[in-house]
Design a protein around this ligand. Structure first.
Ligand code: DGL
Length: 263
């Protein structure tokens, strides 16, 4: 309960701190005697109202969602579909996109800035709708804001892949930074210790998608995709994780190369 500041406790809706102050105040008044007890009774009621108001405010606080650019809007759209009563604050860092070719340390610095901004907007939770940002910063973010629920995309993606893969032969394609971090391997091995995990960075996918080259029949993207994916196809895996916000736009092309046996 540090910093101990009643105004801050109220504005942030920190229940522990609010209860602590209410008790402290009550104890002070009870020492004064009968008059104090009447005042105490009044404040007891007031504290009850305050707790209800705080709960109400938290209920209506927005969910913060961010990505290195606009790709994460697909995630925000799914959240809006699943939780239509929630409001969302979205930040797309398109000024510094792409994150994929940058160092993990640099991306970590960007993410700390973005989350500071979101926390300043009183969000009640943060969703990192970016694989590279999740890979670079999630553990550090949870240390910086231990009371804030923070969800990345790598853990749920790994869980879905483990559930989808009967053999445990799983591949992941992602940006250079995500692959370098080894984050998918860590999560998958924790969930499925016997899994065989192949990983491949596909650095040309993001710039090509950004330039509108993601449709079947486009010779450039199909050639690049075949170059990246053919070695994975030959490995006989059954599940492929599209570990980057841009790759779902390539689902048709990737599915065609990998064949119907690959989820
Ligand atoms: N949003 C990034 C990701 O999911 C892809 C774009 C970028 O490199 O910034 O990894």
């Amino acid at each position: 309960i540090v910093p101990i500041n009643p105004i801050e406790a109220l504005s942030k809706g920190n229940m522990l701190q609010i209860i602590f102050f209410a008790l402290l105040f009550g104890f002070g008044l009870s020492v004064i005697g009968d008059k104090g007890k009447q005042v105490l009774h009044f404040f007891d009621g007031a504290a009850d109202v305050m707790i209800k108001v705080t709960g109400f405010v938290m209920l209506y606080a927005p969910i913060g969602v961010f990505d290195s650019g606009f790709g994460g809007l697909t995630v925000a759209r799914e959240i809006a579909k699943e939780l239509p009563r929630e409001s969302i604050v979205y930040l797309g860092d398109s000024a510094r996109c792409p994150y994929g070719p940058r160092s993990l340390d640099e991306v970590d610095g960007f993410v700390q800035q973005i989350c500071t901004w979101l926390v300043g907007r009183d969000v009640k939770m943060i969703v990192i709708a970016c694989n590279t940002a999740t890979a670079a910063a999630l553990p550090a973010l949870r240390e910086t804001w231990p009371d804030m629920p923070i969800i990345g995309v790598i853990e749920p993606g790994s869980r879905a892949a483990c559930e989808a893969s009967p053999s445990g032969d799983i591949a992941v394609i992602a940006t250079e930074s995500t692959i370098r971090s080894g984050a998918y391997e860590r999560y998958i091995s924790a969930l499925h210790p016997g899994a065989r995990i192949l990983s491949k960075a596909c650095p040309l996918f993001v710039p090509l998608v950004e330039n509108g080259r993601f449709r079947r029949g486009d010779v450039v993207i199909e050639t690049v995709a075949r170059e990246y994916l053919e070695p994975l196809r030959r490995e006989g895996l059954d599940t492929l994780i599209l570990g980057c916000t841009h790759y779902p736009l390539l689902t048709d092309i990737i599915g065609h190369i990998m064949g119907p046996g690959v989820t």
